[in-house]
Design a protein around this ligand. Structure first.
Ligand code: NZQ
Ligand code: ZN
Length: 390
């Protein structure tokens, strides 16, 4: 394994059917004012809201209600959240929901007391937090596995006025995250599948870079194998606890930086997906799945050895009598078949993208240099066109 490594992840994870009980031991560590941030109402329907509120009350906390965090949270919601947090002298932001709620909580954490415009300073200019800036602790009760936001510092925010969706490393890890796989049973199939593909993508983004013999790649292959297996079970039986717990656990380890150890990572599919998201407001995981296969077809010749390894170790392609290109292609065919089996979106058309909108996607896209091939704008147009006609 080449390269120097630093790894530090301070988030305390509580995982399992009784994980929510941990709130009772964690909450007394914070002041009285808890901002309860959540999405469009799924937690009220599935009973998670009532359970969380009961514990907050039992612990004697003041609840500052903060509903309505939308999927792909907007700058406008963050501005409102900052006012709410400051006006109520919030001691902890408790994000109850998926990656959007957790990302939003981190954005509010670093922006509420920031004197500059948070969007310009952090997300456009990529400036670091001011020294000594007051931030608000964040914790998470996760209801949708996918993003890894429960154990990372990422926050992805959308500016609907300019149609740009950008990410920022906030330096804020959730202090603790509560993961009960049963809370994910109520996810609509579309969201469950989008989350599953997001997890797969996070692992592949790390895996498809570098040429050294790297322990991290072996871990990645194990995580991908588990995910493929459990996804097939969960699609047939959404309340299979074993499968849903494997998916949830894999999601966290796919993007808590374990897989960045000794790896530069590719992340180009995420750059294209994010740009599509900014233009269409589509579900994150589906913006990735719609471009994954055309992207891999373009980069495969430049990283053939890794594609051969992927085919053999993850998809169990029998290599007998085949050359490397044939083996690699068969691996891609199996990936594609799995994607269709679980029902991800394969065409950007389904996300509302049209050829007229391609220039907007290009405008919002970044071109990384750490994968097997640095893309050009023409490559991205080719990828979008192939996806549009899928
Ligand atoms: O809003 P509610 O009513 O809660 O419904 C949500 C939402 O409509 C619903 N949902 C969540 N849990 C549910 C549920 N419905 C029923 N039962 C449940 N248990 O699912 C919908 C999607 O939720 P959302 O939080 O938007 O999904 P996800 O977790 O995929 O988060 C997506 C956001 O995270 C960003 C994405 O770009 C996107 O903005 N990402 C964050 C990353 C990070 N922090 O590192 C990395 C990722 O690559 C990603 O970019
Ligand atoms: Zn993602």
């Amino acid at each position: 394994m080449l390269g120097d490594i630093q790894f530090h992840n301070p988030t305390h994870l509580y995982f399992g059917k009784d994980a929510l009980d941990a709130l009772k031991t964690e909450l007394p560590k914070y002041g009285p004012n808890i901002m309860l941030s959540y999405g469009g109402g799924s937690i009220k329907k599935n009973g998670v809201y009532d359970k969380v509120v009961a514990i907050l009350k039992e612990c004697g906390k003041n609840i500052i209600e903060d509903p309505g965090v939308m999927p792909n949270p907007t700058i406008h919601k963050v501005y409102d959240g900052c006012d709410l947090a400051k006006d109520n002298n919030v001691d902890l932001i408790l994000a109850v929901g998926g990656g959007s709620v957790c990302d939003y909580a981190k954005a509010v954490s670093i922006s509420a007391y920031c004197e500059d415009d948070f969007w310009q300073k952090y997300f456009i200019d990529g400036e670091p937090l001011d020294v000594g800036l007051k931030t608000i602790p964040v914790a998470c009760v996760l209801t949708m596995p996918g993003t890894g936001s429960e154990m990372n510092i990422g926050s992805v925010i959308t500016n609907p006025d300019t149609k740009l969706k950008y990410g920022y490393y906030t330096q804020i890890y959730p202090d603790f995250s509560i993961l009960n796989p049963e809370f994910t049973y109520s996810l609509p199939k579309y969201q469950m599948v989008a989350g599953i593909f997001d997890i797969m993508s996070h692992i592949m983004e790390s895996y498809f870079s570098g040429e050294d013999d790297n322990t991290t790649d072996y871990i990645a292959e194990g995580l991908m194998s588990s995910l493929v297996n459990s996804s097939r079970v969960a699609i047939k039986n959404p309340t299979d606890y074993e499968a849903r717990s494997n998916i949830m656990w894999t999601a966290t380890w796919a993007l808590n930086y374990l897989l960045s150890c000794g790896k530069e990572g590719d992340w180009e599919v995420h750059m294209i997906g994010q740009a599509i998201g900014g233009v269409t407001n589509a579900t994150h995981g589906m913006t990735l799945s719609a471009v994954q296969i055309p992207y891999f077809k373009i980069i495969m010749p430049y990283g053939l050895d890794k594609f051969v390894r992927f085919a053999k170790n993850v998809w169990h392609v029998d290599s007998k009598g085949k050359n490397d290109e044939e083996i690699a292609k068969e691996g891609l065919t199996k990936l594609e078949a799995w994607m269709k089996d679980i029902g991800v979106v394969m065409s950007v058309k389904e996300l509302g993208l049209t050829e007229e909108l391609f220039p907007d996607v290009i405008k919002g896209c970044f071109y990384n240099s750490t994968g097997y091939k640095q893309l050009t704008e023409e490559d991205v147009i080719d990828i979008l066109t192939e996806s549009l006609n899928y």
